[in-house]
Design a protein. Structure first.
Length: 267
């Protein structure tokens, strides 16, 4: 390479500059945060995580150091449709009207159903209930079917856990499960106001869609489940431990949903 022996050894023995030392230390911190995020955080969330450690670092520098360390976020895949809106059941008006920001917990919940891959035992489906205030998943249910009981169980978990007052708005798509007699009876029993998206308009339920996108990007599409029990255990841990309590959420000024609600209580 046309480099003299003395120049080569001189380069090896050259002490690190202050910037090089800081980069080396910062790479280790980034590796730790990246691992803690389950390899999900990109430069935006890593920047916020570093701020919480009193480190102001640009996204450009974080990206450069991630490249040096060989750190790459997980990628997304396509989704399978789970909504059946071709039915003659009653449809509720869209009371939510894309008002995704609310001032207090337990005012507005949104929900949806998704599939969790085809395990060796067969399909597994997940229904969730999300509080719009903090984006916390306050209710969820898993089963091998998409009958109304799936969504009823998820909503009942949220009601038992949070005990919302009458007048809660509950927004979903027009799926037959949410329009079913049993689901509407459940809403009536608890004084819940039903709201549904416009036909074929996924943006009316964007928060639920966003959660499922995150779940599949960060977990489901990178796993191969042998049994439903295995999938259920990982989903429980992701939702209750990581997503609700640890994952930084952009809608919460980069606080986890639980921390965001705790901040309200302490204010």
């Amino acid at each position: 390479m046309s480099v003299s022996r003395s120049a080569y050894y001189g380069w090896l023995e050259r002490p690190q500059t202050a910037i090089e030392k800081d980069d080396a230390e910062l790479v280790e911190v980034i590796k730790t945060l990246f691992k803690k995020s389950r390899k999900n955080y990109g430069t935006r969330r890593l920047k916020e995580a570093l701020i919480k450690r009193d480190r102001q670092v640009s996204r450009r520098r974080i990206g450069r150091l991630m490249g040096t360390a060989g750190l790459a976020c997980k990628t997304k895949r396509k989704f399978k449709a789970t909504t059946n809106s071709k039915h003659n059941l009653p449809i509720a008006p869209n009371h939510l009207d894309r008002q995704f920001t609310v001032a207090q917990p337990n005012q507005t919940y949104v929900g949806d159903i998704t599939y969790i891959l085809h395990t060796q035992e067969g399909w597994l489906y997940l229904a969730v209930v999300i509080d719009l205030y903090s984006r916390q998943v306050v209710g969820w249910s898993m089963a091998e079917h998409m009958r109304a009981k799936l969504v009823n169980d998820a909503l009942l978990m949220a009601v038992w856990k949070r005990k919302p007052g009458k007048g809660l708005i509950w927004h979903t798509d027009r799926g037959s499960q949410y329009a079913s007699d049993s689901h509407r009876a459940l809403l009536k029993d608890h004084g819940i106001i039903q709201s549904m998206s416009r036909k074929g308009n996924c943006w009316d339920n964007a928060v639920s869609e966003s959660f499922f996108h995150t779940l599949k990007t960060e977990l489901v599409h990178h796993q191969r489940y042998q049994t439903r029990a295995e999938a259920k255990q990982e989903l429980f841990e992701y939702i209750e431990v990581f997503y609700n309590r640890e994952r930084l959420h952009s809608a919460n000024n980069y606080l986890s949903p639980v921390d965001y609600e705790m901040k309200l209580k302490s204010a």
